[in-house]
Design a protein around this ligand. Structure first.
Ligand SMILES: [Cu+2]
Length: 357
């Protein structure tokens, strides 16, 4: 060994460049201007209250970090071994130890006051005549949204009126999911067999993104959602439209599609599984919707949605065609199987679904 004992090996230029690149990558990742799920930019009172609490604890933690690390560095420099002097060792200092117990305890007690206040504020059930109730049912891997006051069901895309409190009732049917719209409110777990609640409101119109934030299986990352906050009149118009039955086509490809939807290819099935109606509801369609939304999204106004399949694909004709060809190929683990549809059947079904405005 030629190297002097006690010295760390020096990093080569390659390793140093790699480390520098890592630091730059981590630092700049925080600078994205397009960050629709940035909880540090709250867009509603609930997210703002939670953000304020986060800011408070963050800056206290930063202060503690600087003080503690500063003292460590100070002690290391001040008392380290030098030529002709051994490093100093300390052992036991009851006064100092008492301070080290009392100061953190006081800090925690201090932080508990705004924490508990915020917990009670954000957990309060909203009251008033303008509260909008939404029942959220989390499925692998999509969100079912029921509006009990209006009596309709939709999927993955929520509409809410600006300024009004929205009260969610969260239910799960399979595994644990978590409902998160970062700019409007913190996460809330969705647990099978246990009902949770979440309240939020959005003062400003806009499109807010959200997603499942509890790992739930293959397509966890494809379990997203959208919130359209719109002025109350626009919301009312949307809700009234959603409450209406679908207009069922009487002739042409779309009518053949409607027939396939209910009756399947033959014997009420397709080669790869049951007819659509066994899993999907369409209000106004004969035989459809006996158990609405139990397995797949309500499709009554499918064509009025911007996205589908957990808000992962935009609702275009070509995407829909690919979906009907082989859903799990587009969305791994999807509970909608490849039904083995023919090109003609897909054409007819697409014509039908595209008309469900
Ligand atoms: Cu999930």
């Amino acid at each position: 060994m030629t190297r002097k004992a006690g010295r760390l090996p020096r990093a080569g230029p390659g390793l140093r460049a790699l480390a520098a690149a890592g630091v730059v990558a981590v630092a700049t990742a925080g600078c994205s201007s397009h960050a629709p799920q940035d909880f540090l930019r709250p867009a509603g009172p609930v997210a703002r209250d939670e953000g304020n609490l986060w800011n408070l604890t963050f800056w206290i933690a930063v202060a503690i970090f600087v003080i503690v690390e500063g003292l460590i560095v100070f002690a290391m420099l001040r008392y380290r071994s030098r030529p002709g002097r051994r490093a100093r060792q300390f052992h036991g200092n009851p006064k100092l130890e008492a301070v080290l117990v009392v100061v953190p305890a006081l800090l925690l007690a201090g932080i508990a006051v705004p924490t508990i206040r915020t917990i009670f504020t954000v957990a309060a059930k909203p009251t008033g005549s303008n509260v909008v109730n939404v029942t959220v049912t989390a499925h692998q891997f999509w969100w079912q949204f029921d509006y009990p006051d209006y009596g309709f069901s939709t999927a993955n895309e929520l509409h809410i009126p600006t300024g009004a409190p929205v009260y969610f009732t969260l239910k799960g049917v399979d595994v644990i999911h978590s409902f998160w719209i970062p700019r409007l409110a913190g996460k809330q777990d969705v647990v099978p067999g246990h009902v949770n609640h979440l309240a939020l409101s959005a003062p400003h119109p806009g499109l807010y993104r959200g997603q499942c934030t509890e790992y739930c299986g293959l397509s966890h990352a494809n379990m997203r959602l959208r919130v359209y906050a719109e002025p109350p009149a626009a919301f009312q118009a949307w809700a009234e439209h959603e409450s209406q039955d679908a207009s069922i086509p009487r002739s042409g490809a779309a009518a053949r599609g409607a027939d396939l939807f209910v009756n399947g290819a033959k014997d009420g099935t397709f080669p790869g599984g049951p007819a659509c109606v066994n899993c999907h509801a369409i209000n106004g369609l004969r035989n459809a919707g006996t158990r609405p939304g139990l397995i797949g999204p309500d499709l009554t106004h499918f064509a009025s949605r911007d996205t589908f399949a957990g808000a992962t694909y935009s609702n275009t004709e070509s995407n829909l065609r690919r979906w009907l060809e082989d859903p799990p190929a587009m969305k791994p683990g999807s509970d909608m199987p490849d039904l083995g549809l023919t090109r003609q059947q897909i054409d007819d079904l697409v014509a039908f679904l595209e008309g469900l405005k």
